[in-house]
Ligand binder design. Sequence first.
Ligand code: ADP
Length: 600
Amino acid sequence: MSNSSAVVVEGKKRGIGRILRPIRGQLTAAALLSAVGAMLTLVPLAGFAHIATKITLDTAMGISLTGEIWRVVAISLGSLFAGVIMVSAGELVAHLADNRITYHLRQAVAQRLARVPLGWFTAQSSGDVKQAMQDDIAILHSLTAHFYTAVGRALGAICISVVYMFALDWRMAIATLLPFIGFILFLRRAMKTGDASMTALAARMGQINSATVEFIGGIAEVKAFGAAGRAHKGFHEAVDGFARAFVSATRPLVTSMAHAHAMVAPVTVLGVVLVFGVLFINLGWIEPLDILPFVLVAPSICAPLLLLHTLLHDLSGATDAAKRVLALMETPVLESVPSSQYQHPRSYDVRFNDVSYGYSDGHAVLSNISFTLKPGTVTAIVGASGAGKSTLARMLLRFFDPDEGHITLGGVDLRCIETEKLYRYIGFVLQEVQLIHASVRDNLALGCPSASQQEIENATRIANIHERILALPRGYDSVIGEDAQLSGGERQRLCIARAILLDPPVLVLDEATASADAGNELAIQKALSHFAEGRSLMVIAHRLDTIKHADRILVLEDGRIAEEGTHPQLLDLKGRYADLWLKGNYECCQSSTPLEGASC
Ligand code: ADP
């Protein structure tokens, strides 16, 4: 298709930065608050080192330290308190920002989806929406509410510790940082090994998948012919191959990661501080007590550094989630004129003007379709499966817009009619019955919320479903899927009642009896024939006996109108329709209650 020709694609720039743009200021403030807060919470460590040094040196010289100790304790406690407050404030700001962006994203996705063509909503796209609206937004929550503050805290703690150590003694500071440099080097090696191993593992996983599909696909034959042993062989080989590849891939990775973690274990850091401390004391560069601040502060870098590593690792998941949400927000939308240019149809005749359409480029499903649906008449569309009947019906409902040509209602292009109004003019009962998780009454009044109980009941009586609704535990208040468990045919009659309540001048019925059982079919056909009177009907049927009284029958073949006329005219032609009729008559002779009456 080119959906592309019928849609407006807005915005191409992708990335997490775009998603977070509205709350960038708040996130920066949260990260800064957390960083400064984390710095302040480390002040007591320096205070403790200071007190310990002073007590050891000055008490030995008989100097009283009471005043200074209290001052340092007060500063330490004050800093700790202020630090905790700032970290909490950072968390609060980040959570408020998260709340804002989550609301904004959900609104933006919902507004976007309200404008995409109905044909976009398939099982696959529903899965994408669920993934983006629930899972991905939850992943983004961990990014917005926790990532920036955690990074702020980790960087704040690391920076203040490093600055503090360099301020005390640059030689000891450099020596203390050696294990952390080792950590980064081992981590880089682990990541390089990991990238290479993942490619090999993905290839092995592909082999397992193919072997599994092959094995499952042929299981019946394999068992029937007693060749299970041979069929298992390929599968076992693939599984063994994966296990071997897994061991050889993970061994160097695990080794590098173990080395990296060993580097930043507090005991390693303490060991390095002590070894270099003793060395520097022997060299006469520092005094024994000078080691104390390093012993206290250096291990406190380990946890933030590991946290930083985990956070950066998780960032790729959040980036993918952001890309999926953005993709949803950029879903192509239906092309419509500005609301000031909306028009009202002057009558209710529907005209297809040279309409062509294809789901994918280069493959037309409908080609040069032209016909008129006159008010008060029934037009039936017939043809073999895959001929394009449902696509034709869906074009009238703007599930998709034509690639070429146009469709008018009362002389107005469908694109110039407000979408909500369009569904007041054109009602539909489709093959796939869609009911929402709400009461039966709400489902019936979906397009007509102001309908009175009397109007609703009139519609359900015509659709032959009133008695069945009354038999439900809570009648019209029963909730679909909870205490209203309805069969396929009953659900379809509910949809018919919904269409009747809307009272549209044009009605599209796409295989409306498709999911009906033999008993229900009679009821559905009766309901439809009552309702059809005086309206323009477009009926898509695979059973010809239901439409033989139609005013006009269009025979579709490979997306083109191959024949058209009334039932007797088409039979006389002895062409495609006559062939189908013979076949159709044979298929449906067991049960048939034609859509007689309509307007024929
Ligand atoms: P009919 O109703 O006559 O059985 P359809 O209109 O359902 O035919 O389908 C016509 C052709 O379009 C078929 O080849 C079908 O595979 C294809 N088709 C239908 N729906 C889609 C879709 N959503 N995406 C891609 N191809 C589709």
